[in-house]
Design a protein. Structure first.
Length: 385
């Protein structure tokens, strides 16, 4: 008798599975399917992994090894011909008193002022250009987009050369300033910091006579007078160049993000009584928050890597006030033949960029504001929908 029974309360036997023998077809385990998919995935990406390994990871590892050597670039660094010095290159740059640390800290100070001015200015200018070009009231948007973006695709060497002619002593910039009664500065020969120059013009301090308290005390090999001097006049010229040439690229990023912001949100804010500035600040800016973080991150990384404009326009002059870590690494390696120190400076610069990016990420993290914005205009969105 069947185990299912044959009475009224018995359960009917299930139908036989497809197949002549009536046996169920076994399904292949999901783990095996995923394993095959992962294998095929690695197979498809393996060419790019090999390329990245050969041209990115391997050179980084080689440079890291060179940073631990006293190598002049003439011998094989992977043999006993190069002296292994361990962390001496890093200590000479960071902790030991001497010319190496003074030059490096000077370059860090210059680049820090460069970042503090370039990143906000280019971000604000790019956002303003994107908002202007995205406006419905402006005609010929394609023309303005091309004009604003054109400096970003022009050769940086060519633009730097043009700026050299514009800002020289008898250049167009000083000629324009002369028309309004202002005697233009010597842009590429004035080593005074902008802060002390402005305060000196106001009669608050004497730029040629540093304050004893600031000049006698310092940090990491530089006096507080040097740390607080601000960017030099020559560095301000490079700052103007970079802001002008990089804003077009970030404008396109902001423009693409602005076109994805729902128009209903702005209309709801206007119906609620908000003016255009309040609508922009409370609706548009929160919607652009991820893009703003992207632009700030890209600008921060690019600003710490500034090299070509410094190489063409100043090469660190006057008085090392335009010296940057990237250019210092170049001169240490290709001019002084101290490739170990050059590689150490490059890795310290990498660490600075990573730390600054993490700090920026923490400062821009705001989990409550999008929720507050959504709640503020949620009712208005439902009203207009």
């Amino acid at each position: 008798m069947s185990q299912y029974g044959s009475g009224s309360g018995s359960v009917a036997a299930p139908p036989a599975a497809a197949g002549g023998d009536g046996r169920r077809r076994r399904r292949e385990p999901a783990s095996r399917i995923k394993g095959r998919q992962g294998l095929w995935g690695w197979l498809f990406v393996s060419p790019m992994v090999v390329v990245l390994g050969l041209f990115l990871l391997l050179p980084i590892g080689m440079a890291l090894w060179v940073s631990l050597l006293n190598w002049d670039g003439q011998s094989n660094p992977f043999t006993g011909a190069a002296d292994f010095v361990g962390l001496d290159n890093y200590s000479n740059v960071l902790t030991d008193d001497g010319l190496d640390r003074t030059l490096f800290m000077t370059s860090v100070r210059n680049n820090l002022y460069f970042v503090l001015l370039v990143v906000p200015l280019q971000t604000i200018l790019a956002l303003a250009l994107a908002v202007a070009v995205n406006s419905r009231r402006i005609k010929g948007k394609s023309l303005f987009r091309t004009i604003f973006y054109f400096p970003s695709v022009t050769s940086s060497i060519a633009i730097s050369t043009v700026f050299l002619f514009l800002f020289q002593g008898s250049g167009a910039v000083n000629a324009l300033l002369k028309w309004v009664g202002i005697t233009g500065p010597k842009w590429f020969t004035d080593a005074d910091g902008l802060v002390w120059t402005v305060l000196g013009g106001l009669g608050i301090v004497d730029p040629d006579k540093p304050t004893a308290a600031l000049a006698s005390n310092g940090f990491l090999g530089l006096s507080w007078w040097d740390w607080l001097s601000g960017p030099s006049i020559a560095m301000c010229t490079i700052i103007a160049l970079i802001v002008w040439t990089s804003s077009g690229t970030y404008m396109l990023i902001f423009l693409a993000a602005l076109q994805d912001v729902p128009a209903e949100l702005e209309e709801a804010a206007l119906l609620d009584g908000a003016n255009r500035w309040q609508s922009f600040w409370n609706v548009t800016i929160p919607a652009l928050r991820p893009v703003i973080f992207l632009v700030l991150t890209l600008g921060l990384i690019g600003s710490w890597q500034i090299f070509d404009a410094v190489y063409v326009m100043s090469q660190g002059a006057p008085g090392n006030t335009t010296l940057t870590p990237a250019f210092l690494s170049y001169t240490a390696g290709f001019q002084d033949s101290e490739y170990g120190r050059a590689a150490a400076i490059a890795f310290i610069l990498l660490a600075i960029i990573m730390v600054m990016t993490l700090i920026q990420r923490v400062l821009l993290r705001d989990r409550d504001r999008p929720a507050r914005t959504a709640g503020r205009f949620g009712a208005l969105r439902r009203r207009t929908s």
